[in-house]
Ligand binder design. Structure first.
Ligand code: MV4
Length: 649
């Protein structure tokens, strides 16, 4: 747009991507956000110092802070967002619910006045029927809510809800609604200018969330047809118009299994998931917000809005799915976004990120590393793009949820569009462990493993005999043997490279696979096609073969000569190949501390030991609930990689 931009940043964000991308940047305080991104005075100073004409508040932080918007307007600076009155009104869930009723927007059956006494709450609940939900008027986004199943719990729930609301928001008003079970979260994007024009840009579905943290969002929703879209859109526009809304905003609904929709709240900011709407409408929402703030008229009418194809967004979080999705921190020692490889030509993948290789993910802010957004003609196509892009995304140094996202994308119910806000907890429970079992097509992995092994064997044979000992020299004279056995998830697949003729043909247990795409041993990605289907696999080499990461599966692959594989089957089953009850040192190092005792009960994620290696302390955590059976090391011991530190029962 040709507008000079100035980024503000905290001490922790000196090297952050947004700092590089802006025309200029200014430091506003220390890492904790209270001193920087939430420090209104520091930002106002930065505005004054740089002569900025307007401030875009982004999302989170001060984006829905009416006081901040007011201070800006007082100093003659435009707040790129809605009027202060709309922020205030929508921040009050009791007032906004009443406003919605007045504007003819359906709301959840209940009572839009504060409830004060347990007896009052019991009377209302009896009228609307259990289960009911208590909500703090100043809450929102899941904060300050209590689910109540029966009259016996309601008094206690009300007392604790009111006191929590008072403590958190300084506003103890609580209201009561019927609890809608298994709802879908569907929201309508609205845009309004200062000339009285208000339109909607269709819906986004955000049902895939964990503990009120959205994980996957999409537009449109597989649950919404043209008729419902028109109805929800019209109500959202009516509500926005009723509060003289200006700028981009989102009207959030829950939709029950019978397609009844109910207003929940209105978010008076740009939302994290806005790219999916941008992808399907072709509009740039931030550009629209800036034009609206500058007093321009919307250049489109409702009838101009088209929803094209399907867009899907995955939030790549620094978190540990194995340890119950605990936030993770660390340095991105390797960070490579998809589409930088062979697929980088089309416009179906977008990445909005705040980090680059070498950056540190700190504990100060939200653990989101990037948003990966894909587009396709159909929902299936958008999902396929997403699966491929997830396979291509390399994040090392910080534990992440890429495998979990890939598993979500492959989940049959997700693919069928059968979503509710309980999807993740119902289908995955409270953690996720990637495995090599149940990959949909292990033979494809075996075929690729065969090709990669062929590359390695070819290399070995090409090494000049002069650089090798006599044994290699004789080996050089032998014909290249291209029969191997790929062992994957305890299954043996005989593999033969039949031809090498530009494309490779691989026979896996008699099935023919044509594999294209190059790979060299330095590459951490295999990108190519198997039988014409594009495929991307992350490849880790190890002594026995490979570790593949594909579609959220971790596949450990061994490759052996047929004779060796045959011998392996004759060998007695190893006494104990199951190491899941062992805590082993991930690297050679020194035991700094043992943090549990024999006989102690531990829970998934508890710290059990600390190992120091290369001056870095590495904490080891329990990977399941259990009881410590035996401890094999003491502080001060040096340990080898994979040396057993302790056993669980
Ligand atoms: C509800 C509800 C069921 N019934 N209200 C959570 C966030 C806040 N915006 C309101 N929320 C809910 N309100 C009634 N009457 C279920 C939720 C809810 C939810 C809503 C949207 C997205 C995810 C959610 C996860 C749990 C609960």
């Amino acid at each position: 747009m040709g507008i000079r931009t100035i980024a503000v940043f905290s001490e922790a964000d000196r090297g952050a991507l947004h700092v590089d991308m802006a025309s200029d940047a200014i430091e506003i305080g220390p890492a904790p956000s209270a001193g920087s991104y939430l420090n209104q005075e520091a930002i106002l100073e930065a505005v004054e110092e740089t002569g900025a004409e307007a401030v875009h508040p982004g999302y989170g932080f001060l984006s829905e802070n009416a006081e901040f918007a007011e201070k800006l307007e007082e100093s003659g600076v435009k707040f790129i967002g809605p009027p202060i009155s709309a922020i205030n009104l929508m921040g009050d869930k009791i007032r906004s619910k009443k406003m919605a009723v007045e504007a003819g927007v359906p709301v959840v059956p209940g009572f839009a006045d504060p409830v004060e006494s347990g007896a009052g709450a019991e009377r209302i609940a009896a009228e609307i029927g259990y289960p009911v939900i208590l909500k703090a008027s100043a809450g929102g986004g899941g904060k300050g809510m209590r689910l109540v199943d029966s009259a016996s719990q309601i008094n206690e729930a009300l007392v604790s809800c009111i006191s929590e609301a008072e403590a958190s928001f300084g506003d103890g008003r609580v209201f009561i609604e019927k609890f809608i079970s298994d709802p879908r979260h569907i929201e309508i994007q609205v845009l309004a200018d200062t000339h009285g024009n208000t339109i909607h840009l269709g819906e986004r579905e955000c049902s895939i969330q964990r503990r009120h943290q959205k994980v996957v969002e999409e537009a449109p929703s597989p649950f919404v047809d043209q008729e419902l879209r028109g109805e929800m859109g019209a109500r959202a526009v009516a509500l926005a118009a009723a509060v003289d809304y200006v700028s981009a905003g989102t009207v959030e609904f829950i939709v029950d299994q019978n397609h009844n929709f109910y207003f929940l709240e209105m978010n008076t900011r740009l939302q994290v998931e806005h790219p999916v709407t941008e992808f399907v409408t072709g509009l740039d929402l931030v550009e629209q917000m800036i034009r609206i703030a500058a007093g321009e008229r919307l250049e489109i009418e409702q009838s101009d809005v088209e929803v094209n194809g399907w867009a899907m967004e995955s939030r790549v979080y620094a978190e540990d799915p194995i340890r119950g999705f605990l936030p993770a921190i660390g340095r991105l020692t390797r960070y490579k976004e998809p589409m930088s490889g062979v697929f980088g030509t089309d416009k179906s993948v977008r990445i909005d990120s705040g980090a680059s290789e070498g950056d540190t993910i700190s504990r100060y802010y939200d653990p989101m590393i990037a948003k990966l957004i894909t587009h396709g003609k159909t929902r299936d196509a958008a999902i396929s793009q997403m699966r491929r892009a997830l396979d291509e995304f390399i994040v090392i140094g910080v534990t992440h949820n890429l495998d979990f996202l890939a598993a979500l994308m492959g989940h049959p119910k997700f693919r069928a569009g059968e979503l509710t806000t309980n999807f993740i907890s119902e289908e995955f429970g409270d953690r996720f462990i990637p495995a090599d079992t149940s990959h949909p097509d292990p033979k494809i992995l075996a075929a690729v493993a065969g090709v990669l092994h062929g590359v390695l064997e070819g290399r070995r044979a090409q090494i000049s005999p002069r650089h090798r000992d006599g044994l290699a020299a004789t080996r050089e004279d032998m014909p290249l043997d291209d029969h191997w056995v790929v062992i994957l998830n305890r299954t043996h697949y005989p593999v033969r490279l039949a031809e090498t003729n530009g494309e490779q043909v691989v026979l896996v247990d008699g099935d023919r696979f044509s594999v294209s795409g190059g790979w060299s041993p330095e590459q951490e990605l295999f990108t190519g096609a198997v039988n014409g289907e594009e495929i991307c696999i992350q490849v880790d080499r190890n002594e026995a073969g490979f570790r593949f990461r594909h579609y959220g599966f971790l596949a450990d692959i061994r490759i052996l000569r047929p004779v060796a594989a045959e011998m392996l089957t004759r060998m007695p089953e190893k006494r104990d190949t199951d190491t899941s009850n062992l805590v082993m040192s991930p690297m050679p190092g020194l035991v700094v501390s043992i943090d549990v005792d024999e006989g102690q009960e531990v829970r998934l994620g508890d710290k059990v030991a600390v190992i120091e290696a290369m001056k870095m302390e590495n904490q080891l955590f329990a990977e399941c609930d259990g009881v410590v059976a035996k401890i094999h090391c003491q502080p001060g011991d040096s340990v080898d990689v994979d040396q057993v530190i302790m056993e669980f029962e």
